[in-house]
Design a protein around this ligand. Structure first.
Ligand SMILES: N[C@@H](CCC(=O)N[C@@H](CS)C(=O)NCC(=O)O)C(=O)O
Length: 225
């Protein structure tokens, strides 16, 4: 039986799990669960109500990080994405956590949420918060990540890993909100983003997301008219 991923396609944490599965070549199906107002049954999978969660046979698991590390252990014969050896594994976990807890509040919960979701819900974009994230808060994170990358193509040991997936998933939400990493200031990071986004698995996922955004935008415009 294949794995079910519960969540909404535009969530960076759902994208992270889907991309991780796709890069491993593991089949899954996505079952739509909207964040903030999940159905009652979903709270059995995650009492916090947050997406994503998965079902794998009898097992249910929540939290993108927990899920990805489980998937890594589940099929050790598949391409490793969590680093090989204690040092690489620790670096991958650190940068994954950095993306999930330091970048996400700014790129996703501030830029994406205000620029895309709020107008779609008929609410105002808090552009002051967006500008503060872009001008004051994100630059020091991008400086650090640019240093971590150095002249490598990928963040840890120059091998594509969960660290790259986690970071780029957050930056995709920033791009959905109309903003990209400034290539003149962070050339390595901007090139890294394009490199990861160009991967076939990501391209397929993003094509689906563009369709969803177009539908949501058309629906919001029709409701306004
Ligand atoms: N650490 C969690 C974060 C998940 C998360 O915050 N998901 C958001 C959607 S992007 C959510 O479900 N928010 C609803 C809420 O906080 O109630 C993970 O990695 O899965």
């Amino acid at each position: 039986m294949s794995i079910t991923v519960f969540g909404a396609a535009l969530s960076p944490f759902v994208r992270k799990v889907r991309l991780f599965l796709a890069e491993k070549g593991t089949d899954y199906q996505l079952e739509n669960v909207a964040p903030f107002t999940p159905p009652e049954w979903y709270l059995e999978l995650n009492p916090l109500g947050r997406i994503p969660a998965i079902r794998d046979g009898e097992l249910t698991l929540a939290d993108s990080s927990v899920i990805c590390h489980y998937l890594e252990e589940r099929n050790p014969e598949l391409a490793p994405l969590c680093g090989e050896g204690a040092v690489a594994r620790a670096r991958v976990s650190w940068l994954e956590k950095y993306a999930d807890y330091e970048v996400a509040p700014l790129s996703t919960f501030t830029v994406f949420r205000n620029r895309l979701l709020m107008p779609l819900m008929g609410k105002e974009c808090n552009e002051t918060a967006v500008q503060s994230a872009l001008q004051e808060k994100l630059p020091r994170h991008f400086d650090y990540l640019e240093r971590c990358l150095g002249d490598q193509e990928y963040l840890v040991d120059n091998r594509f890993s969960l660290a790259d997936i986690a970071l780029v998933c957050q930056l995709v939400n920033m791009r959905h909100g109309g903003e990209s990493v400034d290539a003149s200031r962070w050339p390595g990071l901007a090139a890294h983003f394009e490199r990861v986004v160009a991967r076939p698995a990501m391209q397929e996922i993003l094509a689906g997301e563009q369709t969803i955004i177009a539908k949501m935008t058309a629906k919001a415009a029709a409701a306004k008219a």
